[in-house]
Each structure stands twice: as structure tokens, then as C-alpha cells.
Design a protein around this ligand. Structure first.
Ligand SMILES: Nc1ncnc2c1ncn2[C@@H]1O[C@H](COP(=O)(O)OP(=O)(O)OP(=O)(O)O)[C@@H](O)[C@H]1O
Length: 227
């Protein structure tokens, strides 16, 4: 069974007298252990979809079931619990706390979460052994992003949502980060979903969801092994 099943999801924003249909009947499944990229032109609804999957926004209509949770029916408290326990977030500009070390940044994010991975262990998995005590300003962009990925993975989320995770990186480092995310999907069995403007990364994806005007225009598998 798919980790996420979205059915006929609509999100309408009202600005003044104008309704903007950010999502206009999106249906898709997202599987655990796979890397899914969401691509499409600016304004096509990519971030809106990510926000709904992550429980930072709710659909105007339609249904989104993630890991057995019906997101559209959650209260504020339910959404907070869902975000905290099931979803990891990775952002373009890392969002690390500058006054905390790499290990502290990871540790603080999963305080009180049962079964969370030790900061040193997850940092090592992500190739950052020996950098536990480094502060963000002592790390390169790629290393900071790997700390951010470690922070997101430490709580063993079912879903890892990444909004333009390579947007601030050069192409070689961006490639490395995408490979790290692909590996994370395999080893952690999380569903990794990446919004990206870089269509080239689709070659690393198991599945590519293309949005256009708030609708899915194509959703296809990329790897031979998954066809
Ligand atoms: N809070 C909001 N209020 C009003 N309109 C919004 C809001 N958020 C998004 N929109 C509109 O919804 C549409 C989809 O926006 P969204 O940010 O999801 O697109 P996107 O594909 O992520 O774009 P980009 O690639 O530029 O980040 C756009 O027309 C946008 O202006």
C-alpha cells in the first residue's frame, strides 16, 4: 500500500475577489523507500502540494491519507503531532541554529521522540563523522545541508519533504545532496519527496510528478528497476 494517497486535492486561495486554484484536482500515490521529485513551472502548485503533505496547510477539498492519517480531518493539535512525529523537513537554506553544533542541531530536533537515532550515528551515516562539534559557519553548504538531512532523519520520519534542497548549492554539491537523499530513501525506507526546479535530478528519482496549473500533467517512474 502507498504511504501517501492523495485524491482529488484542491487548494484555493482567495485574494480579494480572486480565487487562485493552486491545486486543482491532484491525485497521486507516494511509496515508502522511494525518491519522488515534484517538478513544474513557477506557480504550478509544487510548494502548495508539499505544504499539504507536510501538514503545514490543509486542502480546500479532497483527501490526503499519509501513513494512515487523514490529514484533511486533523485539528491544529493533530497537525502538530503529525508534523512532529511523522514528517522530516529539509529547506533550501538549511535552517540550522547558528549557535548550536551539528550534533546539537540534530539532537534538539528529536528531543522527546522515542526511538530517535543518536546524533553522532546519523551524522556518521551522512558522511559527517568528526564534524559533530562543528558550528554551521564552519561547514560548507553541502555539509550544512547534510546536517539538515541528518536532523530530519534522526526522528525516523515516514515522510521526508525537501523544498529545493539544492537551490543554494553549486551543481556538483547539489548532485551529491540528491544522491544522499536517494540513499536515505533506500536505507531509512522513508518516502522522500523533493520539490526542485532542476529537471536533471529526475534521473535520480524513482518517480517524477510534473505539475502544471495545479494539476498533475505526468507522473512517471524513472528507474528501469521500478518499471
Ligand atoms: N498563501 C497564498 N495566498 C495566495 N495565493 C497563493 C498562496 N500560496 C500560493 N499561492 C498561489 O498559488 C499558486 C501556486 O503557488 P506555489 O507556491 O504552490 O507554486 P510553486 O510551483 O511552488 O511555485 P515556485 O516554483 O515559484 O515556488 C500560485 O499562483 C501562487 O501565487
Amino acid at each position: 500500500m502507498a504511504l501517501i494517497a492523495a485524491r482529488d486535492v484542491r487548494r484555493v486561495y482567495r485574494t480579494g475577489n480572486v480565487d487562485v486554484r493552486a491545486l486543482d484536482g491532484v491525485s497521486l500515490n507516494i511509496e515508502s523507500g522511494q525518491l519522488t521529485t515534484i517538478v513544474g513551472p513557477s506557480g504550478s502548485g509544487k510548494s502548495t502540494l508539499l505544504n499539504i503533505l507536510g501538514g503545514t496547510d490543509q486542502p480546500t477539498s479532497g483527501s490526503v491519507v499519509c501513513d494512515g492519517v487523514e490529514i484533511e480531518n486533523l485539528s491544529e493539535a493533530g497537525l502538530t503531532k503529525y508534523r512532529r512525529e511523522r514528517v522530516g523537513f529539509v529547506f533550501q537554506f538549511y535552517n540550522l541554529i547558528p549557535t548550536l553544533t551539528a550534533a546539537e542541531n540534530v539532537g534538539i530536533a528529536c528531543r522527546g521522540i522515542k526511538g530517535a537515532i543518536e546524533p553522532s550515528e546519523i551524522l556518521e551515516t551522512l558522511g559527517l563523522a568528526g564534524r559533530e562539534r562543528s558550528f554551521p559557519h564552519e561547514l560548507s553548504g553541502g555539509q550544512m545541508q547534510r546536517v539538515a538531512i541528518a536532523r530530519a532523519l534522526a526522528k525516523r520520519p515516514a515522510l521526508l519533504l525537501c523544498d529545493e534542497p539544492t537551490g543554494a548549492l553549486d551543481s556538483k554539491t547539489g548532485d551529491e545532496v540528491m544522491r544522499t537523499l536517494r540513499q536515505a530513501a533506500e536505507t531509512s525506507n522513508a518516502a522522500v519527496v523533493v520539490v526542485t526546479h532542476n529537471e536533471g535530478y529526475s534521473r535520480l528519482a524513482d518517480r517524477v510528478v510534473r505539475l502544471r496549473d495545479g494539476k498533475v500533467s505526468t507522473a512517471r517512474r524513472m528507474l528501469e528497476t521500478d518499471i
